[in-house]
Write a protein that binds this ligand. Structure first.
Ligand code: BES
Ligand code: MN
Ligand code: ZN
Length: 507
């Protein structure tokens, strides 16, 4: 989808020949002389519309307004969160309309973050999964091709910058949703690696893929153990984004890439097992983040690591009680083969050491316990470093991709003790999200480390079943913050050839 930012006041918006116009109206709206203001005023006076967030009023063929569809949407205090909700509702309400393009117009100057929220909401609400469906050209094809965001201060530098960043995030989120949504037979470890290789064609991004032989040579016994029950070969994906000097310490992102989690010999129950195709959502968020990096080109170095495999029951599969040796040398007793995420992640965390990273963040649909603790609202955040925790928390708030810090007291690790290995892969049921994080922490001692448990936030179940693309927004906001305002302002060499500062971008 094309996004465009224009400077637009209501007077001009009325004459805009867009097929669909969404007008965002904030509390304390003061009406001008233009036809849109007149419509808003009349609707408010008649009690048919209010600026309260969530209120929608649709009209068709309104007097002296060029757009056929006009949707008034209340955005309350105009905060980013309200704008996101209002735009999502408005775009969804327009879904039946054949419009190829729409304009979202702020009646008043937008508050910080509101432009980005509007862009994200349009993209989210208009995403259609088609990869494995027969597409009816007339009915199913995503119709919306272009979204214009109009704001009275649309030409201000800060608004422009916020807009361009949001379009970059959207591209990353869409890619993450797309890969997470694909079923396990269409998103195998091999296919994920191919998707990563595609990203390697973007400027400043390189991709290397390791197979079973290389992984064995590295001594990744825990990762291998998970993959050994599957007919699909494992892949270990290494992505590199170089936006700063070669010697600069990178941030490393590690994404859990279990393309299907049956539980293995500790088999999961049948109901909703299909949802375990989403168990590579952490990996998808790393791919999405790299997509955004390729677009936004911040001045820092980032490494992405994805251990990708299936977790299957088989004659060759790992059994409860098996002891394996991880890359770190620590032996692990696998008491439950369904606690496989931590097994693939621990070897990736050891591999991360070679980059001498400034921080390592792993992202994983790791525990059902995290879903119970935090639901679908906030991802679980665990960190060995307060500064890192604060930066990630703040990035989540600014991206509207929330997380919440959880504890890592050593007492939580008691249950991981065993007589037969250095550590067990499960403790009891209590505080399951925390004990999983305590397991990972043993392998992440060499650098500041954080872990995001996205089991509750990466996808939605039920009728709206599908991937959310979280936490790409959080990660991109964090990384842009790390790049630093001064460094980001410097012009940088660009493999693709400088093409200036485009206002609109293809999505
Ligand atoms: N992929 C699951 C976690 C999960 C469960 C995510 C439900 C989303 C919804 C993970 O591999 C898993 O199975 N974890 C176990 C750990 C347990 C065996 C200690 C769990 O949460 O039940
Ligand atoms: Mn599992
Ligand atoms: Zn899993």
């Amino acid at each position: 989808m094309d996004f465009e930012l224009v400077s637009l006041r209501l007077t001009r918006a009325a004459a805009d020949k867009t097929p669909a116009l969404i007008v965002l109206v904030q509390d304390g709206f003061t009406s001008g002389e233009d036809p849109i203001s007149a419509l808003v005023r009349r609707a408010i006076d008649a009690g048919d519309f209010a600026t309260e967030s969530g209120k929608l009023l649709a009209s068709y063929g309104a007097a002296r307004i060029a757009a056929a569809h006009v949707l008034l949407a209340g955005i309350g205090d105009g905060s980013a969160a309200q704008v996101r909700k209002a735009v999502a509702a408005a775009v969804t309400a327009l879904k039946g309309a054949p419009a190829k393009s729409l304009t979202v117009c702020f009646a008043q100057a937008a508050t910080a973050g509101a432009i980005a929220a509007a862009v994200q909401a349009v993209a989210d609400a208009s995403y259609v999964y088609t990869a494995t469906r027969t597409v009816d050209k007339d009915k199913d094809r995503p119709k919306l091709k272009q979204a214009v965001i109009g704001a009275p201060d649309g030409d201000a530098d800060a608004v422009q910058a916020e807009f361009e960043q949001a379009v970059g995030v959207v591209r990353g989120v869409q890619l993450a949703r797309e890969w997470a949504n694909r079923p396990a037979n269409h998103a195998t470890p091999t296919r994920l690696a191919e998707a990563a290789k595609e990203l390697g064609k973007l400027p400043r991004i390189e991709c290397e893929v390791l197979g079973p032989k290389e992984v064995a040579k590295l001594g990744m016994g825990a990762f291998q153990a998970v993959a050994q029950g599957s007919g699909e070969e494992l892949r270990f994906i290494v992505l590199r984004y170089q936006g700063a000097a070669k010697g600069e310490a990178p941030v490393v992102l590690v994404g859990k890439g279990i393309t299907f989690d049956t539980g293995g010999i500790s088999l999961k129950p049948a109901p909703e097992m299909d949802e375990m195709k989403f168990d590579m959502s952490g990996a998808a968020s790393v791919l999405g983040t790299f997509r955004a990096l390729g677009e936004l080109k911040p001045a820092l170095n980032v490494v992405g690591l994805i251990p990708a495999s299936e977790n299957m029951p088989d004659g060759r599969a790992i059994k409860p009680g098996d002891v394996v040796t991880s890359m770190s040398g620590q032996t692990i007793e696998i008491l439950n083969t369904d606690a496989e995420g931590r097994l693939v992640l621990c070897d990736a965390l050891s591999y991360a050491e070679r980059f001498k990273p400034r921080a390592v963040i792993d992202i994983a649909t790791l525990t059902g316990a995290c879903v119970i603790a935090l639901g679908a609202v906030r991802s679980g955040l665990f960190a060995s470093d307060d500064g890192l925790a604060e930066a990630l928390h703040a990035a989540g708030e600014s991206a509207l991709d929330l997380c919440w810090r959880m504890p890592l007291d050593d007492d939580y690790a008691e249950g991981l003790k065993t007589n037969f290995a250095d550590v067990a892969n499960v403790a009891g049921r209590p505080a399951g999200a925390v004990t999983a994080a305590k397991f990972l922490q043993r392998f992440a001692k060499a650098y500041p480390w954080a872990h995001l448990d996205i089991a509750g936030t990466a996808w939605k179940g039920g009728k709206a079943k599908g991937a959310t693309g979280r936490p790409v927004g959080l990660l991109v906001h964090y990384l842009l913050g790390q790049a630093g305002a001064a460094a980001a302002a410097e012009p940088k060499p660009d493999k693709s050839g400088g093409k200036g500062k485009p206002k609109a971008r293809r999505n």
